[in-house]
Design a protein around this ligand. Structure first.
Ligand code: SF4
Length: 498
């Protein structure tokens, strides 16, 4: 399939939109050229007096259909409008040719809640937002209602933030083995075991330096998040040393949430959970992904469902009263019935948070490589799984509190964090909605500096791989200076000096 762009450059959105209909297709992009053979989406923009004329022709499996719309050249937002209209034309033509109607319409962004939040801020009523999203973006009302519910919960939680608040993210990019669907830059312990001591030394150094910067700038730490990889791949003593370093370098007196991803059951022990508890962690994540043993085996998790349940009870006995469990809809080997059983088991355990992801098939993951897997992507019941999870979780008293989309998810579906009221994972909302500065440490971590007043966001990237992070730590420290510069400039602006 080829996407032809004639007279415009709206490549990014249109390319992603076409991939929603044909997730595995190799899409060629051609600018201002005559059409060749084969399947094609031909988009043409021409200027006619007071308006732009937008034409889309789709050629697919022997059929050819076209549509045309106009956009006034006098509109102040005419570029965005042309992009939207191209999107709607392509959506409608592909919908009629393929018989599929992606539920998120032409929205391709990863943070759709932001769109709804902005409209709620402007006082728009729910019904009008639902109608607008359906008419202008082809979003199914079911999805807009989910966005509205999520946005309202988010607003009630994040309205309590102050300008100098920040969160701390610490990355442990190591895992015991690699899950089949994973494209995250994590290193298996077998390969990277030797790097861990140096990685931890470097990380502790970065914790100390960042602690100094935060103290100098008067920033207040609100949430801490240890993520991965799998932090619990570390020994209990190693975990305790890291937690101690954080306690010594940061003022935790204003911290309202401290999460440690315990992640995989094959790494969790009572000793490690005790270390996490001694750190003052308020929230842990134990991630089953599925409670079907054959699915766990298929995806390369080296633990059983029973082991996860044992870990969960062990954490409860130790006193953890805020536990998240992650699940994935669309895993290879899973069925709708299997997924329903997984949800039933999860609900019986009553964790405070349940997060349901849609499988994202990245090019680098091993799952993407074999033909049978590719067929599975198209034919599996992921959408029914996602709908089922939302229905039973809401019926059991959980509400959605954060939502995001990833590229290449099965059937373009979403990831949603549900919780019992009062147990919203605040860090998850901050990171998804980009509402608060997150100082991120470790390999692959990305610091996000957020000016809440202007909405300006700057990013500081750490080196991706542990060996680079360790080997080029001076450069890491140099980059961290951007945090100082950002806040000093913000202060000067507030004082009227800039
Ligand atoms: S535990 Fe997570 S990060 Fe580690 S390999 Fe599995 S999916 Fe990837």
């Amino acid at each position: 399939m080829t996407l032809y762009l004639n007279g415009h450059t709206y490549k990014y959105e249109l390319e992603h939109l076409i991939k929603m209909f044909f997730p595995l297709i190799k899409l060629g992009i051609v600018y201002n050229e005559t059409e060749g053979d084969g399947g094609a989406v031909v988009t043409t923009l021409t200027e006619e007096d007071e308006e732009y004329r937008l034409t889309v022709t789709v050629r697919y499996e022997g059929e050819t259909i076209s549509r045309m719309e106009t956009v006034s050249r006098n509109r102040t937002d005419c570029s965005a409008e042309c992009e939207r209209v191209f999107g709607v034309l392509i959506y409608e033509l592909l919908e009629s040719l393929t018989g599929t109607s992606p539920k998120w319409g032409i929205l391709t962004g990863i943070r759709p809640v932001k769109l709804v939040s902005a409209r709620l801020e402007n006082g728009e009523p729910d019904e009008r937002i639902v109608q607008e999203f359906e008419r202008d973006y082809k979003v199914k009302p079911q999805k807009t209602k989910l966005l509205l519910e999520t946005a309202k919960v988010e607003r009630s939680v994040v309205s309590r933030r102050a300008e100098n608040d920040f969160s701390l993210y610490i990355a442990i990019p190591f895992c015991p083995t690699r899950c089949q669907y994973c494209s995250f830059v994590s290193h298996s312990v077998e390969q990277a075991k030797k790097l861990i001591p140096d990685y931890l030394l470097t990380l502790r150094h970065e914790i100390r330096e960042t602690g100094k910067i935060a103290a100098e700038l008067g920033l207040k730490l609100k949430t801490v998040y240890f993520g991965g990889g799998t932090p619990t791949v570390l020994r209990a003593e190693q975990l305790a040393e890291l937690f101690d370093e954080v306690r010594e370098c940061f003022d935790l007196s204003n911290c309202v949430e401290y999460t440690v991803e315990a992640g995989r059951a094959d790494t969790i022990t009572a000793k490690k959970l005790a270390a996490i508890q001694n750190a003052g962690a308020t929230r842990i994540s134990i991630n089953p992904q599925s409670f079907e043993d054959d699915v766990l085996e298929e995806i390369g998790r080296k633990h059983t469902a029973a082991q996860v349940i044992d870990c969960y009870h062990m954490a409860r006995e130790l006193g953890f009263d805020n536990i998240n469990m992650d699940f994935i809809a669309g895993l290879k080997g899973d069925t709708l019935d299997g997924f329903k059983r997984t949800m039933e088991t999860a609900l019986a355990l009553e964790p405070e948070n349940i997060t349901v992801h849609t499988l994202s098939v990245k090019r680098s993951s091993s799952l993407y490589q074999d033909a049978e897997s590719l067929r599975m992507i198209r034919d599996n019941p992921t959408s029914a799984m996602v709908d089922y999870s939302q229905q039973v979780l809401e019926a059991a008293g959980y509400h959605p509190y954060y939502l995001y989309r990833q590229k290449n998810t099965l059937q373009n579906l979403e990831n949603v964090g549900f919780c019992k009221p009062g147990y919203e994972g605040i860090y998850n909302i901050y990171i998804m909605e980009e509402l608060q500065t997150i100082l991120a440490l470790g390999a692959g971590a990305v610091t996000k500096l957020v000016d809440q007043g202007s909405g300006l966001i700057e990013r500081v990237f750490n080196y991706k791989f542990p060996y680079e992070y360790i080997g080029q730590f001076d450069e890491m420290l140099r980059r961290k200076e951007q945090v100082r510069t950002f806040y000093e400039r913000k202060r000067l602006c507030a004082d009227g000096a800039l």
